[in-house]
Write a protein of this length. Structure first.
Length: 106
């Protein structure tokens, strides 16, 4: 820690006079415990996201927990559930649905 303080002190002359002076503070990371939970399984992604959100909300209710973040969730996700009987009724092929639902580039 002292070597870091010494290096900051050595850089002092390079800091513009109108800037606030630098300071070094030691932080004990043991005071900020981190828990990582990974969800996976043979279920649709939407179900994992739903469970992840519910778990995140539940974890935030625990005394002493400041924040629970959900990561890995796709921002843009589209799920199309196709009724085979409806396709047949309207004379639409599954391949046609697939082609029309592909992203386009602009």
């Amino acid at each position: 820690m002292q070597s870091v303080k010494d290096a900051v002190d050595d850089a002092g002359p390079d800091i513009p006079p109108e800037a606030d002076g630098p300071f070094v503070r030691e932080i004990d990371m043991a005071l900020f415990p981190i828990l990582t939970v990974a969800l996976s399984g043979p279920v649709p992604e939407r179900e994992l996201i739903r469970l992840g959100r519910a778990l995140s909300d539940e974890i935030e209710t625990v005394s002493g927990v400041l924040q629970a973040d959900l990561t890995g969730e796709r921002e843009n996700q589209l799920e199309i559930l196709i009724d085979p009987l409806a396709l047949e009724t309207y004379g639409i092929s599954p391949g046609s649905c697939r082609r029309r639902s592909r992203p386009t580039t602009s």
